[in-house]
Design a protein around this ligand. Structure first.
Ligand code: AQP
Length: 368
């Protein structure tokens, strides 16, 4: 186990071999996560609190779900869980107000459809609790610029949107740290791509606690057993901006096209060639959509099955797996008032926590 990370229960059978080097690491079998560091002061919550944010940056995909959202769902029963649609973060790349508004509601709807239950967790929109931006500003005063400049995501965004290298991109991880610890959360379900940001959050917290006294818990990442899901290109992380996603709520024809277009084992030229399931992302994804992964593996390795067969099966299984969420998504999208109410109530529910944290921070920093 890596310091600063914990891993949650495997929902799938173990891999037949332990050489899953690309998409997914071998699943763990433990159904529990380690307890967070014991609170150093009475201002920490009595039991670990969960927080995670997700950008309303487009249609949620299988990578978001396998890498993060299913942990959001799993953890809501064991912990006080707070989930947030991070529209302030999305503003670093999305500048059309109508698009942002629509995507924010879509992402909230998607989370609810995938299993977040407002009676068991809190779901709200980041900008509805503006204390987070004040705390982010205060955190900028303990964060060296060099820490931010070396963030991998910042470097990537400088490449992917060279015309729009805005200040928000640089301070993105500071806002993320503020989001998490405003609620004194210590466990953060995320995909592995967020590990560097989480590490930075821990450093920022340490810098703040070092200067002003023990105030915040150091947040730890919680990974699923699919911490990095590769995209349909089989090479890069599944990501909206890479255009290599399998969308959860798209029309079946779109999902079919996305899966059937997946790159498999590039060395398997003929149907009769034995495949290498450990580098075939179609095989890897089967781990999460059926209980016969070992057979899929063997079929591919011995050329008993072809790539087209395995892809067709995957299409069907993805459609079946998400059939109920897709139905709930349609219902909720037809009732936007209900979703808006859930989000408003969520923001109100966490107000006292945010206020209490800010009172403490103001006092410690000499602002009141
Ligand atoms: N491919 C992935 N594998 C595992 N986890 C993933 N996550 C995203 N992609 C993968 C996790 O999903 C949560 C929400 O991610 P986000 O808000 O950072 O969404 P995102 O970055 O917008 O996802 P994309 O598709 O990668 O978007 P772009 O292209 O805009 O950057 C996070 O916990 C993330 O780790």
């Amino acid at each position: 186990m890596v310091v600063g990370e914990v891993r949650v229960a495997s929902l799938v059978p173990p891999a037949p071999v332990d050489s899953l080097t690309m998409t997914l690491t071998a699943p763990t079998t433990s159904a529990t996560i380690s307890p967070a560091t014991s609170p150093a002061t009475s201002t920490f919550p009595a039991s670990p609190r969960i927080f995670s944010g997700i950008q309303p940056s487009g249609a949620p995909h299988v990578g978001n779900d396998l890498g993060a959202i299913r942990n959001y769902v799993a953890l809501q029963d064991s912990y006080e869980a707070i989930y947030c649609i991070v529209d302030y973060h999305a503003l670093t790349s999305t500048h059309d107000p109508a698009v942002l508004r629509e995507r924010t509601r879509e992402m909230a709807t998607a989370l609810l459809a995938l299993g977040l239950d407002p009676d068991r967790c809190t779901v709200f929109v980041q900008s509805h609790r503006p204390e987070t931006t004040e705390l982010a500003w205060l955190f900028t005063t303990v964060t060296p610029v060099a820490w931010l400049q070396r963030t991998p995501t910042y470097k990537e965004k400088r490449q992917s949107q060279p015309e729009d290298v805005n200040h928000g991109l640089l301070t993105y991880p500071v806002l993320q740290a503020a989001d998490i610890v405003l609620y004194k959360a210590s466990l953060v379900p995320v995909g592995k791509d967020q590990a560097a940001h989480l590490e930075l959050s821990r450093e920022i917290v340490r810098a703040f606690n070092g200067r002003y006294g023990e105030t915040f818990p150091e947040p730890k990442a919680v990974f699923t057993d699919a911490p990095v899901v590769l995209g349909t290109d089989g090479v890069r992380k599944m990501s909206k901006s890479m255009g290599n996603t399998i969308e959860i709520f798209a029309e079946p024809d779109v999902i079919r096209r996305q899966v059937m277009g997946m790159v498999t084992d590039t060395q398997r030229i003929l149907r009769a060639d034995p495949g290498r399931p450990e580098v075939c992302n179609v095989c890897q994804l089967h781990r999460f959509f059926g209980d016969d992964y070992a057979e899929i593996w063997e079929g591919e390795q011995t050329a008993r099955t072809g790539c087209v067969d395995t892809k067709k099966l995957l299409v069907q299984r993805i459609l079946d797996h998400y059939a109920e969420p897709r139905e709930r998504y349609r219902e909720l999208m037809a009732d936007p008032g209900r979703v808006d109410r859930i989000l408003e109530e969520g923001a109100e529910r966490v107000r006292p926590i945010a206020r209490a944290t800010m009172d403490e921070v103001h006092a410690k920093m000499g602002l009141r």
